[in-house]
Design a protein around this ligand. Structure first.
Ligand code: SF4
Length: 316
């Protein structure tokens, strides 16, 4: 006799998965392939997801880390995370055809930083050292114009040229709660500091974290589908752990699932980072269904209708 499957309840966080900036970046590569044929080069992973990158590779995209790997006669796309100004400058000097897939919400932070710099302010960027978005934002301005802080502890160590002439900006994919604490520490130390009305954390990051916060206290375990180098996905794991679900982890896809880890859980939360396609969530649910009797409840915390336009060069 076949043993009956154990029941498990799945709480599906919503919104989850692809944001408007990721959708646009993928469409830019696909449209460029249609218009210019194979291959189209892409500088850096277009979005931080292996599945997305491999799918685009099968369609004719070639991913490289630097422009010197791109031949003169082929188009190149810059990733959604944004690039330092030196990158389009180099592409211009080589007369490369390039398409910029920088998310418009990242470009907005670039423009904000430039405005503050033009007003004579030093910019303090809250973000993670080495992340491509941080490299891109710092690279909008001359070296030394932007100082990076990663946590509250670093605020006390900041050496600024003029405490009365400061502004802050943030990476778009940070933890909302951690950022509030860092901004508060900056304001305590530098009361004259200027900043955006809201942090620069984007709507997609905010909504995905709010949905995880809503389900975490009800979950025995929570899985975030996303890549280990995806900042917003990693933040979702932390948000779950900080809000009542210590048993939370990141997986790239269902085949990474350690089923023993789930032993004893009666309620499993599932979400996906902004660069993870829904098909990977479906795949995980199907793998759960093979092992458990499922009851699925979707917990929706926001409706999203944001759509970003494609660059003019790609619109027929
Ligand atoms: Fe843009 Fe936010 Fe998506 Fe990043 S996570 S691509 S900033 S919408």
């Amino acid at each position: 006799m076949v043993a009956a499957k154990k029941p498990i309840k799945i709480l599906l966080a919503s919104p989850r998965g692809f944001c408007a900036g990721v959708e646009r970046a993928i469409q830019i590569v696909e449209r460029a392939l249609e218009l210019y044929g194979r291959p189209v080069y892409v500088r850096h992973e277009i979005v931080h997801n292996r599945f997305v990158v491999e799918t685009l590779e099968t369609k004719g995209a070639i991913f490289v880390e630097e422009l010197d790997q791109v031949p003169d006669e082929r188009p190149v796309v810059f990733s959604a995370h944004g690039v330092p100004k030196s990158v389009p400058a180099e592409a211009d000097s080589r007369k490369l055809l390039y398409l910029d897939a920088t998310c418009p919400l990242v470009s907005k932070v670039h423009r904000e930083a430039e405005r503050h710099f033009d007003s004579g302010r030093t910019i303090i960027l809250i973000g993670h050292a080495g992340h491509p978005e941080v490299v891109g934002t710092m690279g909008q301005l001359p070296a030394g114009a932007v100082l990076l802080v990663e946590d509250v502890g670093q605020v006390a160590m900041l050496a600024v040229p003029d405490p009365l002439n400061l502004a802050y900006a943030t990476q778009t994919t940070l933890s909302v709660d951690d950022t509030v604490a860092i901004v508060a520490a900056l304001r305590r130390r530098f009361p004259a500091i200027r900043g955006p009305k809201m942090e620069d954390i984007c709507y997609a990051t905010t909504n995905r974290q709010a949905a995880v916060k809503a389900i975490a206290p009800r979950c025995d375990a929570l899985v975030v589908v996303g890549a280990p180098n995806s900042s917003n996905s990693r933040r979702l794991v932390e948000v779950a752990a900080n809000n009542g679900c210590a048993r939370s982890r990141l997986i790239q896809r269902a085949s990474d699932m350690d089923w023993a880890w789930l032993d004893g859980a009666r309620c499993l939360g599932i979400t996906a980072g902004a660069s993870a396609p829904e098909t990977l969530v479906d795949e995980l649910i199907a793998a759960c269904r093979e092992r458990y009797e499922l009851e699925i409840e979707e917990v929706r915390m926001a409706e999203e209708s944001v759509v970003f336009k494609l660059p003019r060069a790609l619109v027929a």
